[in-house]
Design a protein around this ligand. Structure first.
Ligand SMILES: Cc1ncc(COP(=O)(O)O)c(C=O)c1O
Length: 484
């Protein structure tokens, strides 16, 4: 029988979506899934399991959830537990309050599209504490189903995709790839600025200026500057001076600042601390604080809790024109409301147990254990990576990834090109086949022409990281020998 022509053919797919650059990592992820199946079927391999470290998901890699959070959630999901002696008193009273704040006393009910009011209030009090008293209005907080949604909301509102007024968005290289995808999805023009690997991945103002000059010739109107602090995948933390320079640059060039701060709780480097863009902006005085438009982002996916599957994040608008805010509300209302369970986790994180409450000791110990693992793993990775000839590595100060540079022999580069693969994807695929370690190629995240990197997550149990590092080390030596 002749195949029937479908109503929706490729040509009907939105052309912006069709032209989007898909992460090359997709090939790697599919192959990792196939290998897992092969292992289950008893196909012999030189390893027992695939270790997927190409994404930032600690729970998927065996990190334990925080007990207090899960106990509060358990009672919210199953209110019979509110009377159970098995749960500590403070857990039960927290859960009761959460349920009282939900319509119908159930976490299964809808809420406002910008999130539950009490959670927005908790977020604003948390931001005020974090920033040493800089005021925060709950009306400026929007809760979303993950920080990615919050980034998309702002881009949807700001990005024009037509004619000379196409919106130019300055994006770091390397970057968080889903942000770039979201810019493409809205039809914006990506204006890459390179972070300096030689200067420990610093953001240099001269490079921003260069990127902006280049943009002037590109028939677009540069409007947005996206920064990630602490950095993904670079793990660098911006100093106060660096943030001030960026803010001044945004003010001079009339750029809307998007500060992605989802790794704010994952700072472990010596002599560095997280400073929010909002705090620094405030401390630069009214000239800046009342003029520069800023949106900052945070998420429950990162930090010490890593509850990414519950999908919850938030944004805060600073200095948004009230008329523009009306449109933000409009764009956001199309989204429907963010999931309630994630919001309850967010509220619990904003209000951790206090000294004297029954859950305080366990909560504090578990939080510290997660952060200690991260700091310990970062040191372990640094020691190993620095001992491998052909790998150079800028030690990370924060976030949850390593992003070493791989010096590939030219014969390996040629072999990759002959197979139509980016050299670092070729490297990652070989690493996967030979060791079971699935790391992500730097070419997906952006890197300087002619350089090659891989990224892997280090917020994983230390025993697993040891396997990842020793596999990577022996693989790299073998690979280099094979292609030299
Ligand atoms: C820099 C950055 N921003 C945003 C996100 C998205 O977070 P969420 O899981 O809350 O959507 C991530 C996730 O990895 C990220 O690395």
């Amino acid at each position: 029988m002749a195949a029937q022509r479908k109503t929706v053919t490729l040509l009907e797919v939105n052309s912006t979506i069709r032209n989007m650059k898909l992460p090359a990592k997709g090939v790697l992820v599919s192959r990792a899934a196939e290998i897992t199946q092969e292992l289950q079927q008893g196909v012999p391999k030189p390893f027992k399991a695939v270790i997927s470290v190409h994404f930032g998901d600690g729970h998927a890699m065996g990190m334990k959830p925080i007990t207090f959070i899960r106990q509060v959630m358990a009672a919210c999901f199953y209110p019979e537990l509110l009377d159970s002696e098995q749960l500590p008193d403070d857990v039960r009273s927290r859960a009761k309050i959460q349920l009282q704040k939900c319509d119908g006393g159930s976490i299964g009910s809808y809420c406002d599209s910008s999130g539950l009011l009490h959670v927005r209030q908790s977020v604003s009090r948390y931001i005020e504490r974090r920033d040493g008293g800089v005021p925060c209005d709950p009306g400026d907080i929007y809760i979303t189903g993950g920080a990615q949604r919050a980034l998309q909301l702002v881009l949807k509102m700001l990005v024009h995709s037509e004619g000379h007024s196409k919106t130019g968005v300055l994006v770091p290289v390397p970057s968080y790839i889903r942000f770039n995808n979201a810019v493409e999805e809205q039809g914006g023009v990506m204006l890459p600025y390179h972070l300096s690997e030689e200067q420990s991945w610093e953001l240099e103002i001269e490079e921003l200026q260069r990127a902006l000059r280049t943009a002037r010739g590109q028939k677009c109107s540069p409007r947005v500057l996206y920064v990630i602090n602490p950095g993904n995948p670079t793990g660098q933390v911006q100093s106060r001076k660096s943030i001030e320079e960026v803010i001044r640059f945004a003010a001079e060039e009339k750029l809307f600042l998007m500060a992605d701060e989802v790794y704010q709780d994952n700072v472990f480097g010596d002599d560095c601390e997280f400073l929010s863009y909002k705090k620094v902006l405030f401390e630069m005085g009214p000239e800046y604080f009342h003029s520069v438009e800023l949106t900052s982002f945070n998420s429950i996916s990162k930090g010490f809790a890593g509850e990414c599957g519950f999908r919850c994040g938030y944004l805060e608008f600073v200095n948004l024109d009230p008329q523009v805010r009306r449109y933000a509300q409009q764009v956001n209302s199309v989204e429907c409301c963010p999931p309630t369970p994630g919001q309850i986790i967010l509220d619990t994180l904003m209000n951790p147990p206090l000294p004297g409450e029954p859950s305080y000791p366990s909560f504090t110990a578990e939080r510290q254990a997660s952060l200690d693992t991260l700091a310990h793993n970062a040191r372990l990775a640094e020691r190993t990576l620095n001992s491998v000839p052909g790998i150079s590595y800028v030690p990370v100060q924060a976030a949850m990834y390593c992003f070493p540079r791989i010096h590939m022999p030219s014969r390996a580069v040629q072999r990759a090109q002959a197979q139509g693969l980016a050299p670092d994807l070729f490297y990652c695929l070989r690493l996967l086949e030979e060791t079971g370690v699935a790391a992500g190629p730097g070419s997906d995240l952006g890197q300087r022409e002619g350089t090659h990197h891989i990224r892997f997550c280090i917020l994983i149990p230390t025993e697993k990281l040891q396997v990842v590092l020793s596999s990577l080390k022996s693989f790299h030596l073998k690979f280099t020998q094979e292609f030299s």
